[in-house]
Design a protein around this ligand. Structure first.
Ligand SMILES: Cc1ncc(COP(=O)(O)O)c(C=O)c1O
Length: 405
């Protein structure tokens, strides 16, 4: 593959960085494909990798390239702007963008052969107008709201939307490539809404067909449904978080027999070390006060870099030189304090989150302590933090390994 550029970011990549393991990413894609084959050996669903939100914080273009190099035919993004950024980076494959507003001009995306979602007659009309303006037939994924109550066409409006789409197909302006929807509770095994959404989806496909449409694809499954709801696989699954090696909810990957390896390890080096005496307060508000002589270290990443401000109030411990080091006091914008052993030194390696297999906290560990989901931890890693690729396809492997040893 083309090795992605290391970094970007405004922090010295030896001070704080997100290591992105391309081998782990490839292994996750292999594991997910194997799972799709096990679920339906004769006709496994195809895999779309979702790279919106800067590739869930991992870097959109490098992850897109890595996915393509690993044979991924479909990429998914939220906005047409994200799709156009992929095109600008040289991506020529199938990309679906599913979220745009009333003021968004859809002409550039249609002209760039981006597939676009539509859930209202207004969307269809704008896509048809963009097609006429560019001379490129718009490829449309008609979205039915089967129960998430987010975007998507309400079932009562669906027959009318299908009729409008069919009429515009007849003019040659657009082509309905897919009918699709999104699940609300697929991460909760046995949740009754999943079966209800599957039923509504099947009805919607029937209505579309009766209206004269022949969508080539049906797609419904996100990562949780890909892992544990095989009936939702249909023709294509849209996988985000699992590709990045984060379990969508505790135990889902294990339940599916799929091994996921975290792609991101958030690393830093101690920027300072000092001794504290009993009564010394730490960070804004003195939310932690030493009750004994102890040693603390300074980690040069903060909430501007995606480390939640309240993490220090939850008992989360990072690793310093492999040893647990609890965060003390609130996290500041650019830095936070951890309690370390007496031998800690400036420059010691810090892992904020990485892999359980290396005895490190994971994004899921942080998510549980902070009452959120692993998605939020990785996606929030800020733009100052360089993303440093490692793995067999990365030219930077040696340099980074030296830094982290
Ligand atoms: C419409 C849609 N499909 C698929 C996904 C991927 O979800 P996941 O990261 O759970 O795989 C998302 C992510 O939020 C989404 O919005």
């Amino acid at each position: 593959m083309t090795a992605p550029d290391p970094g970007g970011g405004l922090i010295d990549p030896g001070t704080g960085w997100a290591e992105i393991d391309l081998d782990a990413f490839a292994a996750n894609l292999d594991a997910l494909r194997a799972h799709l084959r096990r679920s339906r050996p004769d006709d496994p669903a195809d895999l779309m990798v979702v790279v919106k939100a800067d590739g869930y914080g991992h870097g959109m273009v490098p992850m897109a390239r890595a996915a393509r190099d690993h044979g991924v035919g479909w990429l998914g993004v939220a906005t047409p702007g994200e799709a156009l950024a992929l095109r600008a980076a040289g991506d020529t494959g199938r990309v679906l963008a599913w979220l745009y507003g009333p003021a968004d001009d859809l002409t550039p995306a249609v002209g760039a052969r981006v597939d676009l979602a539509a859930h209202s007659p207004d969307h269809l009309d704008r896509l048809a107008a963009a097609a006429r303006a560019t001379g490129v037939r718009a490829r449309v994924h008609l979205k039915i709201d089967t129960g998430l109550s987010r975007n998507g066409c309400r079932p009562e409006d669906w027959p009318g939307l299908c009729r409008r789409a069919e009429a515009l197909e007849q003019t040659g302006a657009l082509e309905v490539e897919a009918v699709w929807s999104h699940l609300a509770c697929a991460d909760e095994p046995g949740h009754p809404s999943v079966a209800a959404q599957l039923d509504r989806f099947a009805e919607a496909v029937g209505v579309a067909t009766a209206a004269g449409l022949s969508p080539r694809l049906r797609h419904l499954a996100n990562s949780p449904a890909t892992l544990i709801v095989p009936e939702a696989h249909h023709d294509l699954v849209r996988v985000g978080i699992a590709a990045y090696g984060v379990d969508p909810a505790p135990g889902l990957a294990a339940r599916a027999g799929v091994t996921l390896t975290p792609v991101m390890t958030l690393r830093a080096r101690l920027a300072a070390v000092k001794r504290l005496q009993p009564g010394d307060g730490v960070s804004y508000g003195h939310r932690w006060v030493a009750d004994r002589p102890t040693t603390v270290g300074l980690v040069p990443l903060g909430y501007a870099d995606g480390v939640p401000r309240t993490a220090g109030l939850t008992g989360i411990a990072v690793r310093v030189d492999g040893n647990p080091a609890p965060i003390r006091g609130v996290v500041c914008m650019d830095q936070f304090v951890v309690e370390v052993g007496p031998d800690a030194a400036v420059g010691d390696p810090v892992v904020l989150f990485g892999r359980a297999a290396r005895d490190e906290p994971t994004a899921e560990t942080w998510a549980e302590a902070l009452a959120t989901i692993g998605y939020e931890l990785v996606t929030r890693v800020g733009p100052r933090v360089p993303r440093v690729p490692v793995g067999r396809d990365s030219a930077d492997e040696v340099a980074v390994r030296e830094r982290t040893d």
